[in-house]
Design a protein. Structure first.
Length: 443
């Protein structure tokens, strides 16, 4: 196993290098980010140990760069003692683990051995492993595109923590599904999962909905009522469509999150509440912050861990698995013939997975036989000829690149060496681009 150590302190560097070499590892050492990148490009590394605070290029920046070059590389960040926010950020950037200073060598060795085992398992039984893990999930999730795998690995790491998660994604991409999955994978799984759809509550009822009210607190308050915070105690509160929170409520919500207490309307005593928050939105909260429609402090409070659900049109390799999944959900033995399947794959699904579900449901209900052909498909799918290109230059270039790579791979029967040669790029670059664009082989 090749290990790269990056640390600007010479003493620490040589100490770690000497120690790890004695354990039989092949160790490279760099004093700063640029030197580390050079070594990284020149030698295949399995693990990078990086200091968080370095001149020239910070550990964060370096980590992001090496993960971009090789998403499979393992990384361990060495952070200042007790810096929880750093640990969170480092995890978001894709570090597999972190160690606090001063480095405990026994612990380091332990962690490296664990990683080593994981790498070996991954390499050996990659496929079996993936399939098994998907089946073990407490919520069924179809699709195993690179994008989905990455998302699920982030979910796994986020679930056991107490941190707030913000799930972003277009309508119908599975935000609620993922929120439930996080809850079920968390230590709070035996507690309640309470959902509040912020778009569905009239502004004047919001506060009572969140925090509850005492009897007689206002006209119509004929009995005491508990709000969602109290209902979710010991569990998870899912704030759906969080972008629709009225500004006045944002301030109150922030206070509740900071102080971990709430007060019922008309109540005297603040009550302690223990809830984990997961928020979801299909809006660009960052932009709303810039435009003054969303409080920045609340945004940072919600966005401790951010998960982005890719739209279905960016992960069409999941389509066959999703179709099977919904056929099973509706107890159907129908089979889509080649032409129908191809047309399904062409369609762009503005309503994402929910729309696909409705399409399958409608198609199998109205189909004339168990074999579904083109003419059984709903008109909007059957007649779909591609939409006018939208998106900014980068998105359109990415789409184009994706198509070119897919065509080349298809033509080369997915033999990557041949596809790379046809495209005039190295296999390494091809693999990197495939992973960046979430391209995997369809089954
Ligand atoms: N990967 C998946 N595998 C199987 N089913 C999925 C998957 N993703 C989403 N679904 C299903 O698609 C439907 C829509 O998902 P969900 O309600 O979670 O989307 P959403 O992002 O919350 O949508 P909205 O923004 O409209 O609220 C649900 O029936 C859900 O079970
Ligand atoms: Mg939803």
């Amino acid at each position: 196993m090749n290990i790269l150590i990056v640390d600007d302190e010479e003493l620490q560097r040589t100490m770690l290098q000497g120690f790890l070499e004695k354990q039989g590892y092949r160790v490279f050492a760099a004093a700063d980010g640029p030197e580390a990148l050079q070594l990284f490009m020149a030698h295949p590394m399995d693990l990078v140990l990086l200091d968080h605070r370095m001149p020239m290029m910070s550990g964060d920046e370096l980590l992001a760069k090496i993960k971009k070059i090789n998403p499979m590389v393992r990384a361990m960040m060495i952070t200042a003692f007790g810096a929880v926010d750093t640990a969170v950020r480092v995890m978001q950037l894709g570090a597999d683990d972190f160690l606090e200073k001063p480095v405990d060598l026994e612990l380091l060795l332990d962690k490296i051995r664990q990683l080593e085992e994981k790498i070996m398992v991954d390499q050996d039984v990659n496929h079996v492993e993936e399939a098994m893990n998907m089946d073990e999930l407490p919520v069924r999730i179809a699709g195993d595109s690179a994008a989905m795998k990455e998302l699920l690995s982030m979910v796994r790491r986020a679930a056991p923590t107490p941190w707030t998660v913000l799930i972003r994604g277009e309508t119908g991409t599975g935000k609620e599904l993922i929120a439930r999955l996080i809850h079920r994978l968390s230590p709070r799984k035996e507690g309640p999962f309470i959902e509040l759809n912020c778009a569905a509550i009239p502004e004047n009822l919001f506060e009572s909905e969140l925090f509850g009210h005492e009897k007689g607190a206002f006209t119509g308050a004929t009995a005491r009522r508990r709000g969602v915070f109290e209902q979710a105690a010991g569990g998870t509160l899912f704030l759906d469509e969080a972008g629709e929170l009225p500004l006045a409520m944002q301030a109150k919500l922030l206070r509740a999150l900071q102080e971990k207490t709430i007060t019922r309307i008309g109540g005297e005593q603040p009550l302690a509440v223990d809830v984990r928050i997961i928020a979801a939105t299909n809006r660009d909260l960052k932009k709303m912050v810039d435009e003054g429609d969303f409080r920045e402090d609340l945004y940072f409070r919600l966005n401790v861990i951010e998960l982005e659900l890719p739209p279905l049109r960016r992960r069409k390799e999941d389509l066959p698995a999703l179709v099977d999944f919904f056929l099973e959900r509706y107890n159907s033995r129908a089979v889509f013939d080649n032409e129908a399947m191809t047309q399904l794959a062409k369609y762009d699904y503005p309503g994402n997975i929910r729309e696909l579900e409705h399409i399958i449901q409608r198609t199998i209900t109205l189909a004339r036989s168990a074999t579904i052909t083109m003419r059984d498909l709903p008109a909007e799918v059957r007649n779909f000829r591609g939409r006018q290109q939208t998106g900014n230059l980068n998105e359109r270039l990415a789409e184009l690149e994706r198509q070119l790579l897919l065509d080349a791979l298809e033509a080369a029967d997915w033999v990557q060496t041949r596809a790379a040669a046809a495209l005039g790029i190295s296999e390494r670059v091809l693999r990197y681009r495939m992973s960046r664009l979430g391209i995997t082989r369809k089954k």
